[in-house]
Design a protein around this ligand. Structure first.
Ligand SMILES: [Zn+2]
Length: 183
């Protein structure tokens, strides 16, 4: 008998799929893939928020990587990286392609059904839409610094409803670090 009173995050998806805690997490591989996401983040030209992502298939092979960047062909052509101008056209938000989008596009040709996505930052709502539509079923994140933002709450809601498992990367040894605030 199903116990619907339990939260899907604690009990796994309602369809009976194993939750992250029940899966065997290979810590070495987990570190390898998150480190790949971190290394990709370093390639971002965003002076404030560098984000990296790495998609891994069920055979534990990397099938796509990405970092937040301006659209192809638009890099270094004067699009703004700032975020506090009164005119939204002078802020980065309307232009930048997030790491998750770039990693999914980078995986061109691969079936992403059942893949895992490692990302240095909990996905925003727009990225979560793309993650869900691509068939990715697990998201592992390093930080969730915008946890209280509406976008992140919407993101969490959608990922849960869609049955995408999420878990925070175990970074207790603090081996992986990203400086979000270099300016
Ligand atoms: Zn995003």
């Amino acid at each position: 008998m199903a116990d619907n009173s339990q939260s899907s995050t604690a009990a796994g998806a309602s369809d009976g799929a194993p939750g992250p805690s029940e899966r065997e997490v290979d810590l070495k591989l987990d570190h390898y893939f998150m480190n790949k996401a971190v290394q990709n983040a370093k390639d971002s030209h965003d002076p404030k928020t560098k984000v990296g992502a790495c998609i891994v298939n069920q055979e534990k092979k990397v099938v796509g990587v990405g970092h937040n960047k301006m659209p192809n062909g638009c890099e270094d052509k004067g699009l703004p990286w700032g975020n506090d101008d009164d005119d939204p056209l002078n802020n980065k938000y309307v232009y930048v392609c997030h790491a998750e989008l770039n990693a999914i596009v980078d995986s061109r040709g691969h079936d992403l059904k059942g893949c895992s996505l490692y990302t240095t930052l909990y996905p925003c709502n727009e990225s979560s839409k793309i993650i869900i539509q691509s068939g990715i079923t697990e998201v592992i994140y390093l930080f969730n610094k915008y946890e209280d933002d509406t976008e992140t709450k919407a993101s969490k809601k959608m990922l849960e409803l869609a049955g995408v498992q999420t878990r925070m990367y175990n970074n207790e040894d603090k081996k992986l670090e990203i400086d979000f605030t270099v300016q």
